[in-house]
Design a protein around this ligand. Sequence first.
Ligand code: ATP
Ligand code: MG
Length: 337
Amino acid sequence: MRRPRVLSGIRPTGQGFQLGNYLGAVQHWAAMQDDNECFFFLADLHALTANPQPEQLRARTRESVAELLAMGVDPSRSTVFVQSHLPQHPELGWILSCLTGFGEASRMTQFKDSQQRDKGEGSVGLFTYPVLQAADILMYQADAVPIGEDQRQHLELTRDLAQRFNHRYGDTFVLPAPYAGRAGERIKDLQDPSRKMSKSIGGNGTVWVLDEPAVVTKKIRSAVTDTGREVRATGDKPGITNLLTILSVVTGDGVGELEGRYEGRGYGDFKADVAAEVVELFAPVRERYAELMADPGHLDSVLAQGAASARVVADRTMTEVRERVGLLPPAPARQAG
Ligand code: ATP
Ligand code: MG
C-alpha cells in the first residue's frame, strides 16, 4: 500500500515568507513528511500573475527554497521542485481550463477581490490561476493538500474538475481530501486584522520569517489592538484574537488557557510574550537559512533532483491524460542512417 500523497505549493512573491505561511501551511508540511509521500513546490508560474521583475523573481525563487528547507522541509524525505521546471503543469492546466465554466471561474472570491483591487484591469492569468492550481494538485494524484483557509475554495474547484474529468473520460484523478479547519489557517495582518497577512502586501502588519528579532518585537508590540484591556478572543476583538491565535499555535497552549493566564494583566505583558515566542520560533530558521544560502550549489542540486522525481509522476499522469482526451501521440523519431 502506498503512503498517502501530499502536495502543496507556495509563491515566491513578496520579500520572503510570512508568519501566516508558516503557521497555516509550511509547519504542517514539515510535520507530514514521515507519514506521507510529499511534494512541495515553488509556484513561480503563479508568481507571474503579480508581474515581478525578472531578476527579483529568479532571486526570490532560490531564496524561497532555502527558506523552505530552513523551516523544516527536508529534501531527503520530500520532493522539492520549481513549478516551471515541469511544463506538464501548464499543459494540464490548459486541458482542465477546457472543462471549467466561465461562470464557475468568475465565482472564485480571490478573483473577485483582485478584480475589485485592480478595478477590473486584472490579467487573464489572475482569472485562470485556480485552474493551473488544480493541475498542480491533480498531476500528483494528491490525497491531501495542506493549505490555509484562503485556498479552500480553490481546492473545491480542484475536486469538481477532477470529478468532471473522471466522469467524462474515465477514472484518472484522485480527489484530494479537503483539509479540515486547523488553528492558524488564517493569520490576520497585525495592522489590519480584517484581512489575512499576505506576503505580496507586506508592510508593518506582516511578520517575515527572517525578520530580525528587534523588528519582530516592534511589529508585534505595535499590532493594532482593540479597546479595553481584556485579553480575550471575542468577535469585537479581532486584533487580540489574532495574537491569541498566534500564541496558541506557537506554544500549543489552548486559547482558553491563555485567556486565563493573562487575566487582569493588560495588553503589554501579553504582546511581549507573543513577540518573545515568535522570535524564539524563528531564531533557528534564520540561522539555518544563512547556512543554506551560503551553498547555492546544494540548493540547485535539491531542485534538480526534485524536478527529476516530480517528472516521473507528471509524465505518468500526462501520458494517461493525453490518451484519454484523444490527443494523437507523436510518432517515434526515425533512427538516422
Ligand atoms: P501572496 O500575497 O503572494 O498571495 P501569500 O502570503 O498569500 O502570498 P501564498 O503563496 O499565496 O502566500 O500561499 C502559500 C500558503 O500559505 C497557502 O497554503 C496559503 O493558504 C497559506 N497562507 C497564506 N497566507 C496565510 C495566512 N495569513 N494565514 C494562514 N495561511 C496562509
Ligand atoms: Mg496568496
